[in-house]
Design a protein. Structure first.
Length: 307
C-alpha cells in the first residue's frame, strides 16, 4: 500500500529547519489537521497500518499531514532539537491551510507532539502519544552500558547505532545485507510483541530507516530537553503503549502525569514499542478522543492505566 492508495500526495514544505517532506490529503473541509509524527528510525510510512485500519473501520482519518522528520524518510538532516522542530511542524500545518491541529506522535515523535502543544496551546486541540520515549529512555541513550539493567532493548540499540556509525560508509551495505538475509528482521524482534504478524513492507521500511547518525543526533538533543515546558499543554493528552514496550521505563507514565494536567493512559497487553503497527485498531480506539477533539475542551482527568 502506498500514498496514492490512501489518498495522500507528496509535498515539500520549506521551514526554518529545512525542507520537510510530507504526505497529506483526505481533506474534509475542517480547519483542524491530523498531524502524524513518526519516531526515530522511522518515516511517515509507519502510520500506514493505522490509516488503513481507520478506513477498514469506516472511520477514516481525515485532513492528514504525515511528516518525514528531518534526518529520516525524504527529509534531509541535520536533526534539530525538539523545540525548533515543533515550530517547524506548526509552520507546515499552517502552510497547508490549517490554523489548528490534533497531533499524534510515536516514540521520539511523541516528545515533539507535546512540544507543539506546549508552544502552540491555542492551536492544538488534542495530543495522541503512542509508545512514548520518556526520561528513562533518554537516560539510557546517554549511558547505554548502565542502561542494560533498566532498558536492555534500548541499550542494545544505542550501542548498535554507535557501532554502525563507527563503520561510516560501510554501515549502509551491511544493513542492506542484513535486510536481504532476514537477519535485520530478527534483530528487530524486541521492538514487537509478535514480529511475525508485522507486514513485511512495514518491517522493510523500518530497516531502511536505520540511520545511525540521525538516531544518535536525536538522542543527544533529547538529553537536554526540558520536560517542564509540558506544563503549558492546555489540551487533552491521550497515551497508548504496549505492555511489552522495551523502550519505556516503568516510572515514565507517573512523571508525565505530574506535568500534564489532562492525561490518560491505556496499556495494550499484546503489543510492543510499535502499538500503532501491531494493533492499529485498538490504538485507534484508545485515541478516539483525539480524533474527535475540536473546539470543546475535554473534562480534566488524572493519569490512569488500564489493561
Amino acid at each position: 500500500m502506498d500514498a496514492t492508495d490512501l489518498g495522500l500526495r507528496r509535498l515539500a514544505v520549506p521551514t526554518t529547519v529545512g525542507t520537510i517532506v510530507v504526505h497529506a490529503g483526505r481533506a474534509s473541509g475542517s480547519p483542524v489537521a491530523t498531524v502524524l509524527l513518526h519516531g526515530a528510525a522511522g518515516s511517515w510510512r509507519t502510520w500506514i497500518p493505522l490509516i488503513a485500519a481507520s478506513d477498514g473501520m469506516r472511520r477514516p482519518l481525515s485532513d492528514i499531514i504525515a511528516i518525514d522528520l528531518p534526518g529520516w524518510g525524504e527529509s534531509a538532516g541535520p536533526v534539530p532539537d525538539a523545540g525548533d522542530l515543533a515550530v517547524a511542524v506548526a509552520a507546515v500545518a499552517r502552510a497547508l491551510g490549517y490554523p489548528r491541529w490534533r497531533v499524534v506522535g510515536h516514540s521520539l515523535g511523541a516528545v515533539v507532539a507535546l512540544d507543539v502543544a506546549a508552544r502552540f496551546p491555542g492551536a492544538t486541540v488534542a495530543v495522541g502519544v503512542v509508545s512514548p520515549s520518556g526520561r528513562g529512555a533518554r537516560m539510557v541513550a546517554q549511558h547505554p552500558v548502565r542502561g542494560i539493567l533498566t532498558l536492555p532493548g534500548l541499550s542494545g540499540m544505542v550501542l548498535a547505532m554507535r557501532l554502525l556509525r563507527g563503520l561510516g560508509p560501510l554501515s549502509r551495505p551491511l544493513l542492506s545485507l542484513l535486510a536481504r538475509t532476514g537477519l535485520l528482521r530478527l534483530l528487530a524482534r524486541p521492538l514487537f510483541r509478535h514480529p511475525a504478524r508485522v507486514d513485511r513492507t512495514v518491517s522493510d521500511a523500518l530497516a531502511y530507516e536505520i540511520r545511525p547518525a540521525s538516531f544518535l543526533a536525536a538522542a543527544r538533543a533529547a538529553r537536554t530537553h526540558d520536560d517542564a515546558v509540558w506544563r503549558r499543554v492546555a489540551c487533552p493528552v491521550r497515551v497508548v503503549r504496549g505492555r511489552h514496550d522495551v523502550f519505556v521505563a516503568a516510572r515514565d507514565g507517573q512523571r508525565w502525569g505530574r506535568l500534564i494536567r489532562d492525561l490518560d493512559e491505556i496499556v495494550l497487553d499484546d503489543s510492543g514499542h510499535f502499538a500503532h503497527v501491531e494493533q492499529p485498531v485498538p490504538t485507534l480506539l484508545a485515541l478516539r478522543e483525539v480524533w474527535a477533539a475540536d473546539r470543546v475542551p475535554a473534562p480534566v482527568r488524572r493519569s490512569a492505566t488500564a489493561a
